[in-house]
Design a protein around this ligand. Structure first.
Ligand code: HBI
Length: 97
């Protein structure tokens, strides 16, 4: 299935539903920074995200420093922000309750 970049109207709706995520114009993706109590909590979160990502065949660009996790979602196959990024971001947010 081909996947395409979201247009301006679609982006506005998507970001309205994901208030914690910001548009990264340079990468044409969305990013969010998460802060946990310690490394174990951060890594536990990453393990859950990894399972979601593998199930969706959609993988984050991310980094971890002790209790912080920085996630960028963009779609190589679409050349930028797509519905797949929005869907995974919503699933990630749902992990946090
Ligand atoms: N993850 N973020 C992201 N973007 C992609 O385009 C992508 C992916 N994971 C797997 C994937 N594409 C596959 O469709 C292959 O292109 C590797």
């Amino acid at each position: 299935m081909t996947i395409r970049r979201l247009n301006e109207a679609e982006r506005a709706v998507a970001l309205g539903d994901l208030p914690e995520w910001t548009l990264d114009a340079e990468r044409d993706g969305i990013r969010r920074r998460f802060v946990f109590t310690d490394f174990v909590a951060a890594f536990g979160f990453m393990a859950k995200v990894a399972l979601l990502a593998e199930r969706a065949d959609h993988h984050p660009e991310w980094s971890n420093v002790w209790n912080r996790v920085e996630i960028l979602l963009t779609t190589h196959d679409a050349g930028g922000l797509s519905q797949r990024d929005v869907a995974l971001a919503a699933e990630i947010d749902a992990l946090l309750g």
